[in-house]
Design a protein around this ligand. Structure first.
Ligand code: K2U
Ligand code: ZN
Length: 172
């Protein structure tokens, strides 16, 4: 087992977090190693999801693990993930983001969905998910499209949060 690299997680207002990631056209060892590094970084940051934008890589890669094990057995490594369908029914949930530390706000999202992605062996997978798994996958696919959970808040709330991080960056 080769060891994984831990990447620094990018914080707002870094513009890479508002850019759209590019599709992965060829699954090679670099991509596979990157997905392992993303999983290791996610666990190290006590996250349940991580998108490649958050480690400054503009590729359509996400990792998710909402299980209790945290040893990788419950982990998803998704290449070019897509939303196939989402439930009409929605529910609010207090979301956080590893790229927006210290901010938790209620975000309303569909409670379930069907998601399609390519696994590391190149197979097209399609899963139906609900609960925290559906929530997390939607949050991570948003990241690949340059969308942050604060973009689902009111403009006023978003601007207040954005300004606080710009101020922090100035004083840092
Ligand atoms: O993408 C990220 O920044 C990791 C997010 C993923 C996430 C946010 C909200 C709701 C579900 C997933 C989190 O910061 S991971 C931290 C966390 C841990 C347990 C439950 C919710 C969030
Ligand atoms: Zn996030």
């Amino acid at each position: 087992m080769c060891y994984s690299l831990l990447y620094p997680v990018i914080y707002i207002p870094d513009s890479i977090l508002t850019q759209t990631a590019s599709p992965v056209t060829h699954i090679d060892d670099t991509i596979i190693a990157l997905l392992d590094d993303m999983l290791a970084t996610m666990y190290a940051e006590s996250g349940i999801g991580l998108a490649a934008n958050q480690i400054a890589v503009l590729k359509r890669l996400i990792v998710v693990d909402v299980s209790q094990t945290r040893d990788g057995s419950g982990a998803y490594q998704m290449i070019n993930p897509e939303i196939i369908s989402l439930s009409e029914e929605t529910e609010p949930y207090s979301e956080g983001c590893l790229s927006i530390p210290g901010v938790n706000r209620e975000v309303t999202r569909p409670i379930a969905g069907v998601f399609r992605y390519q696994s590391i062996d190149g197979e097209i997978q399609e899963i139906e998910a609900d609960g925290l798994l559906a929530r997390c996958i939607q949050h991570e696919i948003d990241h690949l499209n340059g969308i942050l959970f604060i973009d689902h808040l009111s403009r006023l709330k978003r601007q207040m949060i954005w300004k606080s991080f710009i101020k922090k960056e100035k004083t840092a």
